[in-house]
Design a protein around this ligand. Structure first.
Ligand code: SF4
Length: 294
């Protein structure tokens, strides 16, 4: 890609008077030597997969193989919200549902990773349903999300094993925030603010999955961070400005990721994974694995 920062991407989009997503699609077409339309259509084809992962999770009340997660997306979806707006409530249910689909080994779109696969689709679906958006709008917003992920992957990291959960769920929040502003036809300044506000407030989040499975805390964390993304978007669209710009926040995330001890980077050697309950589940999962290997 010719852009190596959010600033460069957004400057280019402003100069061309288009969405960052269209710049990303054009760049990807040049890189892959495909036509713009072919790259666009390839992205559009992921939309039904996103939707299917959420719908399947909403309808499926079974537990995952470990027994730790499952059925919560459905539970949230069919319960009237007490305090949340319908958009936030749907985003919460959708994100949990998609992450449950991942825990049950169903087909999902890693965006940017499998562990954080619920945030981007949930935010886009919940926001999209509240306005009238077309497949073209969703596709453009997904390219915008992809451009943000591209910069984060280059400048910092997107894997929990490298930079903790801030890298996985944080990247997803940044991607979803920019994409949601795109759907709302906001400016690149509002996208910058939404990315910064969302990502700043997830910095330092560790990766400590129980039993080494992408289930606890991952599934519910997707739900929390879908709503967190909407808070960032709401603030940015209201004109709330982040003092720290997105490229600096990404640099800070990279630094923090490298400072995190290995024990809190997907090794399950600290945090929730080694609590009394976490260890009991790890033992149970290990027994299940031994049984199924026989
Ligand atoms: S806790 Fe670790 S495995 Fe779970 S979503 Fe976060 S980064 Fe991924």
């Amino acid at each position: 890609m010719s852009f190596h920062s959010i600033t460069e991407l957004f400057q280019e989009a402003d100069a061309k008077k288009c969405s960052p997503g269209e710049i990303v699609c054009r760049e990807e077409a040049e890189r892959s030597e495909l036509s713009y339309q072919a790259v666009w259509d390839r992205m559009a084809k992921t939309i039904p997969i996103f939707i299917h992962a959420m719908r399947r999770g909403l309808a499926d009340t079974r537990k995952s193989q470990s027994g730790m997660v499952g059925g919560d997306g459905n539970r949230i979806y069919r319960t009237e919200p007490l305090f949340m707006s319908p958009v936030c409530h749907r985003a919460l249910a959708y994100a949990v549902a998609a992450a449950e689909s991942n825990a049950k080994m169903c087909r999902i779109v890693a965006c940017p990773t499998a562990g954080s696969c619920g945030i981007v689709p949930a935010v886009l679906a919940a926001v999209g349903e509240s306005m009238s958006v077309s497949e073209k709008d969703y596709t453009r917003a997904l390219f915008t999300a992809g451009g943000i992920g591209e910069v984060i992957a280059e400048k910092a990291m997107i894997a929990g094993a490298v930079g903790g959960c801030q890298a996985e769920c944080g990247s997803a929040v940044a991607m979803a925030a920019a994409a949601a502003v795109d759907l709302c036809r906001g400016t690149t300044e509002q996208m910058s603010d939404a990315i910064s506000l969302g990502l700043k407030n997830i910095l330092g989040l560790v990766c400590d999955p129980v039993g080494g499975l992408v289930e606890v805390p991952c599934v519910k964390r997707n739900g929390f961070h879908a709503v967190h993304t909407l808070v960032a978007v709401e603030m940015a669209m209201a004109g709330v400005h982040s003092v720290i710009p997105p490229d600096d926040v990404i640099a800070a995330m990279g630094e923090i990721g490298h400072l995190l001890p290995k024990s809190l980077r997907e090794t399950s050697r600290a945090g929730l994974a080694v609590t009394e309950t976490g260890k009991k589940w790890a033992e149970e999962i290990s027994k299940q694995n031994q049984k199924s290997a026989k």
